[in-house]
Design a protein. Structure first.
Length: 84
């Protein structure tokens, strides 16, 4: 990854093409993989469908919400549940 890759911590500017922001996010993703010694030449990157997240309800919304929300539920062994 080149030194000139911008960080994706700032949102896209109003005059910036959406793909430019996506490219920055993807570049940051690849940089993170490399810093964790994950060789993308050896391991294939697999991405799932786009998900919309509702931070108020702490749930996913949209077409794949039911499946995504199931994956977010943790099952605890009896006696090891988190107190509520």
């Amino acid at each position: 990854m080149s030194e000139g890759v911008p960080s994706c911590t700032s949102p896209p500017r109003h005059d910036q093409a959406p793909w430019t922001f996506c490219a920055r996010v993807f570049a940051e993703f690849l940089k993170n993989l490399a810093s964790n010694h994950i060789d993308t030449q050896e391991k294939q990157i697999i991405a799932g469908p786009w998900l919309d997240y509702d931070p108020t309800s702490n749930r996913f919304a949209g077409e794949f919400a039911a499946e995504a929300n199931k994956l977010c539920q943790e099952e605890y062994a009896a006696g090891f549940e988190l107190p509520s």
